[in-house]
Design a protein around this ligand. Structure first.
Ligand SMILES: [Ca+2]
Ligand SMILES: [Ca+2]
Length: 493
């Protein structure tokens, strides 16, 4: 008898274990009849001009032909939709062109400097792909006519000289070199991070706006302003800047590195909703100029960068921002780079979708496991689903869940080519049985399904392919989404 009771207890325990092992949440995501869409601009990434000037001359083995053979095809495969690109004023104006900030002396600028030779291939690529570029003069030339401060990049003190420098660059790129991919300019990266008071920043933007107007550049470029850090979740800098930028800014943006694996999607959306509300006070849209995870270690590393689960987090973050109203999102950064030719390994920016050449990582314990130069990281496949299928100018619809969405989220997209796309990110550690509904446009007909799932990724950098060919839906879609997985469904009409 005692043995039989023990057997019963054991059986009950095993049943409980089996249930726990197959734990599953059920959630319905719905686009309601009244849901109004936001039209988005682009899903893009940071690509800074360092490859030719800083990598090729180093000893690790980056070759000039790697640009055309590896990097360009990969960006085209990803179908990256916009590029945010830094420049430093000292690249092309190391000494003042003349003593007059109102009159630019063309002979006083060196647009053929080595760093500029890293910029032009990026602009050539953007031009060829027909994608917009945001030029970001990162700060002022240190210890110069622009600013007395020391450092790699510093706060502009002489606003007129800084504005002249930016205007001269834009004149050269747009009028002399005919780059019509130049779409936006952002004067300075993270001015609040430099400690620039918001009132001074607004004043700097007004000076730049007046200069670009005088030089007839405002019909070519839009001003994408503020560019503030996340400030740990505070909106104060954006709030202080926006009223003064009315009539000056075309769009405003903020950066974020505060969201992680335990951040509810609702909280990510609330952050962006608040940014959008502040921007709307001046009649502006808000975008996210940089984002990554909150696993930061200094400015150049995030400790989850190589982890599979980061791909799920980046998609969950991105679709939460887009659902909340972000006009544009730009991931920091496309691939690992040295921001100065003479930087040591610890300074190398390693937040890329893919690595640099294998030899760059010679001191790492994982070096031997790197399969090739420019090895892609798992998140490459996840973020590429967004760049490939959530296309420029799409209308995005927020989806409401019939329960706590927790660490999941879903986005509905109507592309200009009339395709409907649904993206679901499940960051939970349990499987999700999700039903997708759209009251106005039922999910009906053929669709393709793409899955970002651990163990099922290619290992050669080729893009994810649709799973098991074309499928068919009859009004709604119910699907099991394993723990820590992203799925994307595309209905082509
Ligand atoms: Ca000057
Ligand atoms: Ca001048």
């Amino acid at each position: 008898m005692k043995t039989r009771i023990h057997r019963h207890i054991l059986f009950a325990f095993l049943c409980l274990c089996a249930q726990l092992l197959h734990a599953q949440r059920t959630l319905e995501y719905k686009v309601g009849k009244e849901t109004r869409p936001n039209r988005i601009r682009c899903v893009g990434a940071e690509l800074d001009a360092h490859f030719h000037a800083n990598h090729v001359p180093r000893s690790e083995g980056s070759k000039v032909e790697d640009w055309a053979n590896v990097i360009v095809p990969r960006i085209k495969d990803m179908q990256v939709q916009s590029l945010r690109v830094m420049v430093l004023p000292q690249w092309y104006e190391p000494r003042n062109d003349n003593d007059d900030p109102v009159v630019a002396d063309n002979g006083g600028f060196c647009f053929d400097a080595p760093q500029m030779q890293s910029l032009y291939p990026i602009l050539d690529l953007a031009q060829e792909m027909g994608i917009p570029v945001t030029i970001v003069p990162w700060g002022a030339t240190p210890e110069s006519f622009m600013s007395s401060r020391k450092g790699w990049i510093v706060l502009p003190e002489n606003h007129e000289e800084y504005a002249e420098n930016i205007s001269a660059l834009l004149c050269h790129l747009i009028k002399d070199r005919k780059y019509d991919c130049i779409d936006e300019v952002t004067p300075g990266n993270e001015p609040d991070g430099w400690g620039m008071p918001s009132s001074e920043y607004v004043s700097l933007c007004k000076t730049l706006h007046a200069r670009l107007e005088k030089d007839r550049l405002l019909k070519h470029v839009r001003l994408n302003l503020v560019d503030n850090t996340d400030r740990g979740g505070s909106f104060d800098y954006l709030e202080e800047c926006v009223p003064g930028l009315k009539g000056i800014a075309d769009v405003v943006n903020s950066h974020t590195y505060i969201f992680g694996y335990d951040t509810p999607s609702e909280k990510i959306m609330q952050w962006e909703e608040q940014n959008c509300r502040i921007a709307a006070r001046a009649g502006l849209r808000h975008c996210v100029g940089e984002f990554g995870s909150n696993q930061t270690m200094g400015a150049s590393r995030q400790k989850d960068i190589d982890q599979y689960r980061r791909g799920v987090l980046m998609v969950r973050t991105a679709i939460s921002l887009l659902a909340a109203g972000a006009y544009n999102i730009s991931y920091w950064q496309l691939f690992d780079q040295y921001y100065s030719r003479h930087d040591n390994y610890a300074q190398m920016q390693q937040l890329g979708m893919w690595k640099s050449v294998k030899a760059d990582y010679a001191t790492e314990t994982y070096h031997d496991s790197i399969s090739c130069d420019y090895e892609v990281r798992p998140q490459f496949y996840a973020y590429s689903l967004l760049t490939r299928f959530v296309r420029p100018g799409a209308r995005v619809y927020r989806m409401t869940a019939d329960g706590d969405m927790g660490l999941t989220n879903a986005l509905c997209v109507r592309n200009r080519d009339k395709s409907w796309v649904y993206v679901v990110a499940n960051q939970e550690n349990i499987d999700l049985c999700v039903t997708l509904r759209n009251e106005r446009h039922p999910l009906r007909g053929h669709y393709e399904q793409y899955v970002y799932q651990e163990g099922l990724l290619p290992n050669d950098g080729s893009q994810l392919k649709p799973l098991n060919g074309v499928r068919e839906a009859a009004g709604s879609l119910s699907v099991d989404i394993p723990a820590n997985t992203v799925m994307l469904f595309r209905f082509r009409r």
